[in-house]
Design a protein around this ligand. Structure first.
Ligand SMILES: Nc1ncnc2c1ncn2[C@@H]1O[C@H](COP(=O)(O)OP(=O)(O)OP(=O)(O)O)[C@@H](O)[C@H]1O
Ligand SMILES: [Mg+2]
Length: 271
């Protein structure tokens, strides 16, 4: 298959008309059709590789400001790779496609530049820095402007982090480490939060706690993409859902449509 072949089989969702039209119209970003308005975050025809291994195969979608989008799919579907391509880390290598965040071309940027322009990736492994306290982890995230939330505001949202501000970050519980990883993104001035499996490895009671915090972040209007194996939890938080399969978007629609569509859930999510 040519790398610029668009997926033929996009499942019906509210954006299908636009997506299908633009998929066949190279050079026109999907966002530019809606009354001439650019989407807040617009991804067009991403192709990314690990060496010669072709993984992200023509991914396109739009996100409106304040929207929460669940990016779902089976193990190995390419969710983490897509988030990494969006964050402009070196691997996978983005060979073509466009990424626009609030009118800025992230596809032309390094990962540091993308971060400075508002992209906040919270990776699966959380990357808490050993030997630094909770507060030092937060201060380090704020080392370069633009600064986002104050550390005191973070402690208001996550009182447990406030109580543990002088504790070594790596000695936090899994749930607390996840809070710290999200908090590190918030103390930077981010426009788009990318969460890779925030519930992974956490007990159900802790998942509930992180869910509550994400609800609060949602109510503040933070535009977010959440990747989760726990699809039901992610769909309850999200406004919209994208389903990836073999590096391609096979569904783009509302979260409720996925919850209501047993066949779709069974085929791509095994739930
Ligand atoms: N560094 C790498 N080098 C080569 N192939 C890779 C690399 N990382 C991931 N892959 C491959 O890319 C594909 C997509 O992986 P990815 O991690 O994006 O999937 P995922 O949807 O996040 O899966 P999971 O739900 O298991 O986290 C897989 O086939 C994986 O083996
Ligand atoms: Mg993954």
């Amino acid at each position: 298959m040519s790398e610029h072949n668009q997926q033929e089989e996009v499942r019906s969702g509210e954006l299908l008309g636009d997506e299908a039209f633009h998929a066949k119209t190279p050079g026109v970003a999907p966002s530019q059709s809606k009354g001439g308005q650019h989407a807040y975050f617009s991804v067009w025809n991403l192709h990314a590789y690990y060496g010669e291994s072709y993984i992200v195969q023509g991914v396109s979608f739009d996100i409106r400001e304040g929207e929460i989008v669940a990016l779902l799919g089976r193990n190995g579907a390419g969710k983490t790779s897509t988030l990494r391509a969006l964050a402009r880390v070196d691997s996978p290598e983005l060979r073509s496609g466009e990424i626009w965040l609030d009118h800025k071309p992230l596809h032309e940027m390094s990962s540091h530049e993308a971060a400075r322009n508002g992209l906040g990736l919270v990776p699966e492994d959380r990357r808490i820095i050993q030997g630094l306290t909770v507060e030092e982890n937060l201060q380090l995230a704020q080392i370069a402007p633009p600064i986002g939330w104050s550390i005191e505001r973070v402690y208001d949202l996550f009182p447990r982090l406030g109580e543990r501000r002088n504790q070594d970050g790596v000695t936090l519980s899994g749930g607390e480490q996840q809070m710290l990883a999200v908090a590190r993104a918030l103390v930077r001035d981010i426009k788009l939060l990318l969460l890779d499996e925030p519930y992974e490895g956490l007990a159900p009671i802790i998942v509930k706690e992180i869910e509550k915090t994400l609800e609060q972040i949602k109510s503040l209007g933070m535009t977010t993409i959440i990747v989760e194996q726990n699809a039901v939890a992610a769909l309850h938080l999200a406004d919209r859902a994208l389903i990836l399969d073999m590096g391609q978007i096979v569904f783009d629609g509302t979260a409720q449509e996925v919850l209501d569509n047993e066949e779709l859930r069974h085929e791509y999510l095994a739930i």
